[in-house]
Design a protein around this ligand. Structure first.
Ligand code: UGA
Length: 439
């Protein structure tokens, strides 16, 4: 099929490459000329395992092409996927829908053939219905331009796999014909029995927001338990393992530590609270305030634990930070818990040196005042305290004995609870964990 993917951020770039990989003829669209020029050469705009190869492959075969022109997109596509960002509004909880509205307004007048516009961005429930009316209003006379909603559940770091082998497909449609179009787009995934849920626009939009809210709640639940564990002398990792054996609970998203960050969970729960208030059901999602507060509390708690390890003050101390990305296997630093902690410690007068295997360039751009190092050992040189804040595999494999003579004082905070703490201690380190009183 002839598919356009509008927006080449994380979601758009991955979706475009994967649609081409599935055999469709794909045109990727973005207003950023530099980005489009690089993509047209097959260059991935960010680090995502498996994406660079796929981009290069699909660009070379001509299955994937790029443009900055919505007019070209309109004349090319039978299906238009809208993948632009919906960031948090500055100074408010709600989502900024201006990008998505601009796409609808920009595309509609050029549409000269019947087509289906499919929203993939995360939006407040009710947006799709509003955009459908806006699209119908602005489309050329005599042309049928319908709108469907098909939320995306991909995780950064696993985005290619999550798109080509999704756990489920959810489509919100207003007609059986639109459902048939989406079944044709995803025919290969349906052949391997991917669960396919057809529903209305509002339920489809809400599925995404509810999923992210549930995941955020699960993380904050276990982090609340981590606080209790520290107070009660218990171990949150064993607690999570024990809880996770109950299939009704499950072990996934029960890793306590520094809490969630990134471009999705935080902004999505806030936009959900804002939307629920508009709908008159603020009370029903009031608990999400607590989820958010528990989460930001983890960053503050990590700073306190680290200050304690540094001898009660950061003034003049050297602090090594392992990890800048908001989670491993990505170079994304949006709302990174690790950088949040780094900046707070810098503000208290420490010399902070940050290492990350992939995210240093983005971190430098976002926080030019922090110090950076290209190797973990360099970050740790003369450190009074080392903070393990993003759980890259590389850090799990560090040799504590080898690092011992590098630092000034062998003190470590393992905020992600994945280091072999016994081994570190046996090598002469003082190690604190988050939520593990006796480990
Ligand atoms: C999240 C959802 O998991 C995806 O399903 C969704 O499609 C995506 O948002 C989105 O809305 O686009 P992502 O932000 O890539 O995906 O990352 P997650 O794997 O969900 O991790 C989010 C944060 O939670 C990370 O900072 C991670 O370190 C933290 N986390 C995760 C924990 O602290 N504990 C856990 O047990 C799991």
């Amino acid at each position: 099929m002839r598919i356009t993917v509008i927006g080449t951020g994380y979601l758009g770039a991955v979706h475009a490459a994967c649609m081409a990989e599935l055999g469709h003829d794909v045109l990727g669209v973005d207003t950023d000329e530099g980005k489009i020029a690089a993509l047209a050469e097959g260059e991935a705009p960010f680090y995502e395992p498996g994406l660079a190869d796929m981009l290069l492959r699909t660009v070379r075969t001509g299955k994937l092409r790029f443009t900055t022109s919505l007019a070209d997109a309109a004349s090319f596509g039978e299906v238009h996927f809208v993948c632009v960002g919906t960031p948090q509004l500055p100074g408010a909880l709600g989502a900024d829908l201006s990008h998505i509205e601009a796409v609808i307004d920009g595309l509609a007048p050029y549409v000269t053939r019947d087509c289906l516009v499919v929203g993939k961005s995360t939006v407040p429930v009710g947006t799709a219905a509003r955009l459908a009316a806006r699209l119908a209003d602005r489309a050329t006379e005599g042309v049928t331009a319908n709108l469907a909603w098909n939320p995306e559940f991909l995780r950064e770091g696993f985005a290619v796999n999550d798109t080509l082998r999704p756990g489920r497909l959810v489509v919100g449609v207003t007609s059986a014909a639109d459902d048939a179009v989406l079944r044709a787009v995803y025919a290969q995934l349906l052949e391997v029995n991917t669960p396919y849920i057809v529903t209305d626009l509002a339920t489809a939009e809400l599925t995404k927001v509810a999923a992210n809210s549930f995941l955020a709640t699960k993380i904050s639940f276990i982090n609340a338990m981590a606080n209790v564990c520290e107070a009660a002398g218990a171990d949150v990792v064993t607690l999570a393992d024990a809880l996770g054996h109950d299939p009704r609970i499950g072990r996934g998203f029960l890793s306590a530590g520094l809490g969630f960050g990134g471009g999705c969970l935080g902004k999505d729960i806030r936009a959900f609270m804002a939307r629920a208030a508009e709908l008159g059901v603020a009370d029903s999602v009031e608990f999400l305030h607590q989820v958010d507060a528990i989460n930001s509390g983890r960053r503050k708690h990590a700073v306190e634990l680290a200050r304690d390890l540094a001898g009660g003050t950061f003034a003049g101390r050297n602090v090594a930070i392992l990890g800048a990305a908001f989670k491993p296997e990505t170079d994304d630093v949006r709302d990174s818990p690790a950088l949040g902690v780094a900046v707070a410690i810098l503000a208290e007068g420490a010399n902070v040196r940050v290492h990350d295997p992939r995210a240093l360039a983005n971190a430098r751009l976002a926080y030019p005042d922090l110090g950076y190092a290209n190797e973990p050992e360099k970050a740790c040189e003369d450190a009074d305290v080392v903070l393990h804040l993003t759980e890259w595999q590389q850090y799990r494999e560090l040799d504590p004995a080898m690092l011992l003579p590098v630092v000034r004082s062998p003190r470590m905070l393992d905020s992600r609870n994945v280091l072999p703490v016994g081994h570190w201690r046996a090598s002469g380190w003082t190690v604190r964990s988050m939520g593990r009183a006796n480990v």
